[in-house]
Design a protein around this ligand. Sequence first.
Ligand code: HPA
Ligand code: ZN
Length: 335
Amino acid sequence: MMALPLVELHLHIEGTLEPELIFELAARNNVTLPWASLDELRAQYEFSDLSSFLDLYYRNLDVVRERVDFADLTRAYLKRAAAGGVRHAEIFFDPQAHTSRGIPLATALGGVHDALANSAAEFGVSTKLIVTFLRDRPAAEALAILRQILAGDVADGVTIDGIGLDSAEVGYPPSLFTEVFELARANGLHVVAHAGEEGPPAYVWEALDLLKVERIDHGIRSLEDDALVERLVAERIPLTVCPLSNVRLRVIDTLADHPLLGMLERGLLVTVNSDDPAYFGGYVDENMAALTAEFDLDAAQLALLARNGIEASFLTAAEKAALAEEVDTWVQAQA
Ligand code: HPA
Ligand code: ZN
């Protein structure tokens, strides 16, 4: 049976680094890990909040060093995504998670690009690349990296499609990055930002009003502010929601408590995504399966989520129409 064609819009490539690959890259690069076994590493995947997760996420990246490592990481994700029905992925990449530990931007970005360049042909997954800046580091650093990328002197022919904002949210409001986002927009890049994951609705307002973002990543705390919900609905601003991430980072208690269905009922343009699947227990198809099991979703609801992902993507109208037809075909096969 044909898998439901999916679009992934909230996926940190660094968050697809599986424990097995951590051990493989450690051996390849002669890195001594603090964990004696896979089980010992897996025992660390118990998070109390966003920052407890980010500590491990940044630490594990120590094994990813050479251009080929970045390409292998990205290829492993694309292969897994394709197996789960993903037809298009807009991938986040954190330059500062690598430059801050001495990896040249050309090595990291070049390796990711090597894998993405072959993705459509090799895996049947079209891609876009969104560079995300760490909001708990200085905006000046983000600006310098963006300028370097825009100047085209990072690695042979590597271009990006957009920028975003991630990492520790509370205390680092979007307003700090107004100039960075202005420069990105002036250069025709798409703009998105994490907001309203752990941070308050005020951060979502700032992301819209000051950064002028096209999508909000997470955004589930928007539900605390009716005027904000009205605005998101009226302007059809997509929210890239990540249900399994929300549970694992204790943004909500259990999947049964997830507000996804209520968000859809209020008319929000909600999409389902995986965030950091190697850490949160599932790729996007597994997020969809968990929701289906928890809320008994039917084919029409699953198709709506798939169509929302298509609409919220940065694909062209023709590309969106072609993918929407694949969803129609899937729906007909369910009947
Ligand atoms: N939130 C913020 N920053 C991140 C995340 C997340 O879920 N994953 C990777 N960086
Ligand atoms: Zn995220």
